[in-house]
Design a protein around this ligand. Structure first.
Ligand code: 26A
Length: 348
């Protein structure tokens, strides 16, 4: 079997429920953030399971992107790697993957539960608190098993959730080296502010492999903060990242900063080392159409990489990303509409 796109991340089940600002304050959580839980956050999961508004939906940022990309692409285009337990939560993930035909090669932990994420919805905001569980035990040796490495060798595109830097930077580097040596496209997402803040060293180790970097405005700000670029504008930060050393010098690096409803910023460094800067307008969704924003960024990345796999141009890929993000925002959790919709083409 040949899957064009290989994705790697932390498979999680989202326990999504509505909360108030006071509830977030009680647990010292920001309105829009993603964190790894500490002991003090543990009661949140039970609160969620008891809450009348609770929804259990497939999550895990890169898994959401993998599902979204497979949603758009022809059958058997995407395979996703990560680690899960052998339990009811993993079954839920299998169901969601099956609904779009996403192939998985999970590393199964017999004695550790599938990871879970409390997705706390407060109006248009979402705060994510994650207990990684089995996802934390993914090992690079799983990728190196002959039957899995064969899939890596046959793939042409790689998408890595930056969240996985908390689990196995070695696995990411393994894929990054393979992509660079074989001139394949390697896409990483910065995933959350805490990655640039607390996982700066592993992040700096994987950026040289990246042909495409996707992040949102708060992740860009966290990156700037941890790299002494605090006084720089977003364009300067994106340009700095785009110009960082690159292992595969045959391809330029492209940096994409999404900014919610503000224009998506794109910086690409051309063969002469010149930064090409563009801003792509977002078509706003009517406020009454917003169901929740959990997974919006993952859906953007999904549309973007699906376009990349199909060989479309950079600006069309961004438009597909913006379109799929708007579709996902109109669904509960990080999900995509059924019956399936197809990308209607560029509006402008
Ligand atoms: C390591 N951490 C904190 C995480 C995550 C995560 N996915 C992987 N690793 N924290 C939250 N998520 C997922 O992000 C999605 C929204 O973008 C949630 O499961 C949610 O589906």
């Amino acid at each position: 079997m040949v899957y064009k796109l290989v994705c790697l991340g932390n498979p999680l089940l989202d326990i999504q429920f509505d909360v108030t600002k006071e509830y977030l304050d009680k647990y010292e959580l920001k309105e829009n953030d993603a964190i790894l839980v500490e002991e003090k956050h543990m009661p949140i999961f039970d609160d969620g399971l008891k809450d009348p508004s609770v929804k259990l939906v497939a999550g895990g940022a890169a898994q959401n992107t993998a599902r979204g990309a497979q949603y758009l692409l022809p059958e058997n285009s995407v395979v996703y790697f990560g680690s899960v337990g052998n339990d009811k939560y993993a079954e839920k993930l299998h169901e969601a993957n099956k609904s779009v035909g996403l192939a998985t090669r999970y590393q199964v932990q017999p004695d550790i539960g599938t990871g879970k994420c409390a997705a706390l919805i407060n109006g248009p905001n979402r705060s994510l608190a994650t207990d990684l569980g089995a996802a934390n035990h993914f090992k690079p040796s799983h990728l190196q098993k002959p039957e899995n490495w064969e899939l890596v060798e046959k793939a042409s595109f790689f998408y890595i959730g930056g969240f996985h830097l908390t689990v196995s930077p070695e696995a990411i580097i393994l894929l990054g080296k393979h992509a660079a040596e074989n001139n394949k496209d390697f896409v990483i997402n910065f995933s959350a502010p805490f990655i640039a803040q607390f996982f700066k060293d592993p992040l700096d180790q994987v950026v040289p492999y990246a042909d495409y970097i996707i992040c949102n405005e708060s992740e860009a700000a966290a990156y700037a903060e941890s790299h002494d670029l605090k006084d720089k504008s977003l364009v300067e930060v994106a340009t700095y990242i785009a110009k960082l050393p690159k292992v595969n010098s045959k391809k330029p690096r492209t940096v994409i900063f999404t900014q919610g409803l503000d224009p998506t910023l794109v910086v690409r460094v051309d063969a002469q080392g010149e930064a090409q800067i563009s801003e792509i307008v977002v078509h706003p969704l009517a406020a009454d159409k917003v169901v929740d924003t959990n997974g919006a960024g993952d859906a953007f990345a999904a549309g973007f990489v699906a376009g990349l796999v199909e060989g479309k141009d950079l600006f069309e890929n961004i438009d597909i990303g913006q379109w799929l993000a708007a579709e996902s925002i109109q669904q509960v959790g990080p999900s995509y509409p059924f019956p399936k919709k197809t990308y209607p083409g560029k509006k402008n």
